[in-house]
Design a protein around this ligand. Structure first.
Ligand SMILES: Cc1cc2nc3c(=O)[nH]c(=O)nc-3n(C[C@H](O)[C@H](O)[C@H](O)COP(=O)(O)OP(=O)(O)OC[C@H]3O[C@@H](n4cnc5c(N)ncnc54)[C@H](O)[C@@H]3O)c2cc1C
Length: 494
């Protein structure tokens, strides 16, 4: 009798991930091109074949949007790249972006059955294969065209064009609504455009996705800060429903003497000048300059701080100091970003807390004074509290300081709408389980609801809000009657 069972799947028993080629540190600090170069087909297939297709699939639960990771890895192992892409796009429409910036090491890869560091075993390289698929789609012009439902006659405004806003715009357009996105800046994409540098996320990827949205009929109104150009209530009068996805773009400062000196930037301003305005090309290639830096200190240890330090490195100063008041263990940035920053020669100064920025005598930054710290007992967050070491203060001679210690929601949009309920301490918008705010026609999603979080969480919330808005628009009731929302499902152009 003929054997009808499927052929036995080969497993790649390599303990470690297939390495990804990247630009050498000595080369890349002289350019803004992407650092990791991605997998080719052979590398992607070999990495996908490391997945043992275990029964429990802990990676699926570890993914904030529940991508069927073993299924797409299996398809890549079979070289069915289009099938794999379709499988991912059931839950996540931006694989080329998420494959690059998602913190997989804390999510799907952390819980991977293969992940046994004590035995020298690394988890499956889920992010790397996901990125390969996103890039494969672009290189082969593989567009999974979304179907757009007949017009509903309903008009929707989306305020903010970050991952939350773009996701909601895509979903609502597909449901047949007339969607307009209002964005304060001159380019859409939110942090993906102005924050995350080109060497981590090439902007061409984003442009392609946004062009796809325009093809679906989504309108973009740029340079339009709602709250200043037009009030939220006026927008509400013009549209049937509103989705607020304005993110958390208001930088926090340290509150120490000297923060108003020339040469002190928030990370947002610094990254925006370089990434969005191309300030590093000034003069000649850009209208907005970034200061000519000789010695710079970046304060903080999250992704924003690493992005700032690595961006600064590419501006060719003599030295880039990274200053953080806790130890390496507590650094919130992705391990890969910390590793890349170290490789590029960023000078890490852990257990140092800034206490004063010193005037150079001309109203500009001359130095920064830092209190040396040691770790004490755990604080409320469970992390060991940094405690000053008496009498130990270090001076760093710098002409520029970038403060990257976090950010919160910008009150511009909400200032004149007291009836829109916000958390009194954090300023984030309060929503019910349907992402609906205290104003029934206003929904909200992303960092404006969660505080600073991640791209994939913002996308998940954008989709959830779009689902609820659709029900609100069609029935007046956002409460779902048929199953769960929340996935960042497919049918996104590109
Ligand atoms: C430098 C940096 C690096 C990061 N790196 C990573 C990473 O590697 N991985 C990861 O997962 N996450 C990362 N994050 C976090 C992630 O980018 C955010 O969680 C995510 O972008 C939030 O999406 P959002 O749509 O809610 O808001 P945003 O991306 O902030 O977009 C909000 C948009 O709204 C616009 N806007 C604000 N106010 C108004 C107004 N009044 N009117 C009109 N438009 C307005 C803003 O200009 C912006 O374009 C990083 C964040 C930063 C700052």
């Amino acid at each position: 009798m003929a054997d009808t069972s499927s052929p036995k799947r080969e497993i790649n028993k390599s303990k470690t991930k297939i390495p990804m080629r990247e630009q050498a540190p000595g080369d890349r600090i002289f350019n803004f091109e992407e650092v990791p170069l991605g997998y080719n087909e052979i590398e992607a297939t070999q990495e996908a074949l490391r997945c043992i297709q275990c029964k429990d699939k802990p990676c699926v639960a570890g993914c904030p949007v529940g991508i069927d990771i073993p299924a797409f890895l299996k398809l890549v192992g079979e070289k069915d790249y289009e099938g794999a892409l379709r499988k991912i796009k059931e839950k996540n429409f931006l694989p080329a972006i998420c494959g690059r910036v998602c913190p997989q090491e804390d999510q799907c890869e952390m819980v991977c059955t293969l992940n046994k560091p004590a035995k020298g075993r690394e988890p499956g390289g889920v992010g790397r294969v996901e990125r390969f698929l996103g890039d494969y789609a672009m290189e082969h012009d593989l567009t999974i065209t979304p179907e757009v439902a007949p017009p509903t006659g309903k008009k929707v405004a989306i305020i903010g064009s970050g991952p939350a806003g773009l996701t909601a715009a895509s979903d609502l357009a597909q449901k047949g609504h007339d969607v307009t996105v209002f964005e304060a800046l001159h380019k859409p994409g939110g942090v993906l455009f102005y924050g995350i540098p080109q060497f981590r996320l090439p902007k061409e990827i984003l442009v392609r996705e946004i062009d796809g949205l325009k093809d679906m009929g989504v309108k973009f109104v740029m340079n339009y800060p709602v709250g200043k150009a037009e009030s939220l209530n006026s927008i509400r009068d013009r549209f049937d429903a509103v989705m607020i996805g304005t993110g958390a773009g208001l930088p926090w400062f340290l509150g120490i003497p000297g923060e108003n000196l020339n040469g002190v930037y928030s990370a947002n301003e610094f990254l925006t000048r370089v990434n969005l305005m191309g300030g590093y090309k000034f003069p000649g290639g850009a209208d907005t300059p970034v200061k000519k830096i000789k010695r710079i200190a970046v304060i903080g240890a999250g992704n924003t701080a690493m992005d700032s330090a690595r961006t600064a490195k590419r501006l060719q100063p003599e030295v880039v100091y990274l200053v953080y008041r806790r130890s390496r263990l507590e650094m919130p940035a992705r391990i890969e970003e910390i590793h890349h920053a170290e490789q590029e020669g960023v000078d890490f100064n852990l257990l140092h807390s800034p206490i004063e920025i010193v005037d150079d005598g001309k109203g500009a930054v001359g130095a920064i004074l830092c209190q040396e710290m040691e770790l004490g007992e755990p604080d409320a967050s469970g992390r060991r509290r940094p405690v000053p070491i008496e009498g130990k203060v270090k001076e760093f001679a710098v002409d520029t300081v970038v403060i990257a210690i976090g950010q919160g929601p910008n009150p511009l949009l909400t200032a004149d709408v007291p009836e829109l309920e916000r958390d009194p301490r954090k300023g984030i918008i309060k929503t019910n389980e349907w992402m609906q705010s205290s104003l029934p026609d206003c929904f909200a999603a992303g960092d404006i609801v969660t505080g600073g979080a991640t791209v994939i969480l913002a996308m998940g919330q954008g989709r959830k809000a779009a689902d609820a808005m659709h029900r609100y628009l069609m029935t007046g009731d956002p409460a779902r009657k048929d199953g769960e929302a929340g996935d960042v499902c497919g049918n996104f152009p590109g």
